[in-house]
Write a protein that binds this ligand. Structure first.
Ligand code: PLP
Length: 451
């Protein structure tokens, strides 16, 4: 067992004293101290095992031995910046290119998802000569100043929206503007983007890019209707802008049917820029931007060097290569399709049983369970979702919520998550919801008794 240097309470006190309070803890009332991880499990200081249903960074499993070994072996030989020739960087770019449409054939390596999106913004602006950005409501694209500006999830509670940012409605067919009964929600939501583009043009503004998470996760585990990306791209490219697919949470085979989530939209769709992060290094800080020759050439034409001290170093690239190797060897993309399908089936059975479950949606190991307080209004059941997640924690299951109403249970576990894990977590959810319903009935009886 990994050695614990301090008692949990001491760690907590030191953290409160030394670390900025805006760096928040999960379960702040009673945080979990994790000292070790393996596969889809993490272990606390007393050796208790938690099933991790949310860590999409530990993509091929916490501390996967092949990934750890690759980092260690390269660390022993050399780590330096990318101004020297090294095979790892080109081997890695080549392997990544094999997963992408052929147009996306130029790569930049960085250290975080935020850096990747910030570079995507620079590329888009340089290529188009335009400044404005269209983003989805509730989106999050990173913590740099440039990205807070294009993340309504953040800027709504700060100083507000910049004049160069235009916010389109989430293409949410469950709770959004156009729902499941709409004959063509893809076209209707894309038309909203067109409306924003036209509005910007009327003010003399010009669109540089449309940023979208290929499956909006912070927005509430949303699955955009098929064809939406193609139609939006038509409007954006028609205005001279580029389409940026943020695959930072959802890429690398998580969706099962495809390696990249944007491919769910159809074979005919190719973004202009794809950004990658989180799962790319299984916990090691790597990120990547893939784009077209034309966009890269426009960026190079400035004559300004792009230098990133750690981006693309031999150790990071060895780790990235190992992640791809494990995905392939262990057939984790196919596994995600199988286990994700099984999990969805179990959750659909729960939906029939518990009226609080308004919607179950997902693809592969990206699944959302939308909890509602009433069927008619589909009002987010925020308190109940929070309560469910807390109770799961006491049963050693880590799950969390997302969405504007913080009522959507989000599943995005390490890709080695098994059908047994799915059975275990769904059985627990069933038990907790049954208990909650029982408690609500007792309260209702009591309330009636008082009247
Ligand atoms: C969709 C998306 N894009 C970008 C980022 C930023 O990535 P990072 O935290 O690695 O900077 C995040 C992080 O949560 C994210 O979820």
């Amino acid at each position: 067992m990994a050695a614990e240097r301090r008692r949990k309470q001491d760690t907590l006190e030191l953290r409160r004293r030394l670390i900025g309070s805006s760096c928040r803890l999960f379960f702040s009332e009673d945080p979990v101290k994790i000292v070790r991880g393996r596969g889809q499990y993490v272990y606390d200081e007393e050796g208790a095992e938690y099933l991790d249903c949310i860590n999409n960074v530990a993509h091929v499993g916490h501390c996967h031995p092949l990934v750890v070994k690759a980092a260690h072996q390269q660390n022993r030989v050399l780590n330096t910046n990318s101004r020297y020739l090294h095979d790892n960087m080109v081997d890695y770019a080549q392997r990544l290119s094999e997963t992408l449409p052929k147009e996306l054939c130029v790569f930049y390596f960085l250290n975080s998802g935020s850096e990747a999106n910030d570079l995507a913004l620079r590329l888009a602006r340089q290529y188009t000569g335009h400044r404005d950005v269209v983003v989805l409501d509730h989106a999050y694209h990173g913590h740099l100043s440039s990205l807070i500006d294009i993340s309504p999830y953040k800027f709504r509670s700060l100083e507000g929206q910049q004049e160069w940012v235009h916010v389109a409605p989430l293409p949410d067919t469950y709770r959004g503007l156009y729902r499941e009964e709409h004959p063509d929600p893809a076209a209707a939501y894309a038309q909203e983007v067109k409306r924003l583009v036209d509005g910007a043009h009327e003010k003399g503004r010009k669109i540089a890019a449309f940023f979208i998470e290929s499956l909006p996760s912070v927005g509430g585990q949303i699955i955009p209707p098929a064809g939406y990306f193609q139609k939006v791209a038509e409007h954006i490219r028609g205005a001279g802008g580029v389409f940026v697919a943020d695959e930072i949470q959802v890429g690398f085979g998580r969706v099962g049917q495809h390696f990249w989530a944007f491919q769910l939209q159809g074979k005919d769709f190719v973004p202009d820029i794809v950004t990658m992060g989180k799962p790319i290094g299984n916990g090691h800080p790597i990120a990547c931007v893939a784009t077209t020759q034309a966009i890269a050439a426009a960026f190079a034409a400035t004559g300004v060097e792009y230098f990133n001290t750690f981006g693309g170093n031999p150790v990071s690239c060895a780790v990235g290569l190992a992640v791809l190797e494990v995905l392939e060897q262990e057939k984790l993309q196919q596994h995600a399709a199988h286990v994700g399908g099984f999990l969805m089936e179990l959750l659909h059975q729960q939906k029939v049983k518990h009226p609080i479950i308004g919607d179950v949606r997902g693809v592969g190991l990206f699944v959302g369970v939308d909890l509602i307080a009433d069927v008619e209004g589909r009002t987010p059941a925020t308190k109940e979702a929070d309560c469910l997640v807390s109770r799961l924690k006491t049963d050693y299951i880590l799950l969390s919520t997302d969405g504007p109403g913080r009522n959507v249970l989000k599943f995005k576990p390490p890709m080695c998550f098994s059908t047994d894990d799915a059975k275990r977590v769904v059985a627990k959810i069933d038990q907790i919801l049954t208990d909650m319903e029982q408690e609500m009935r007792s309260c209702e009886t009591l309330r009636r008794g008082w009247q």
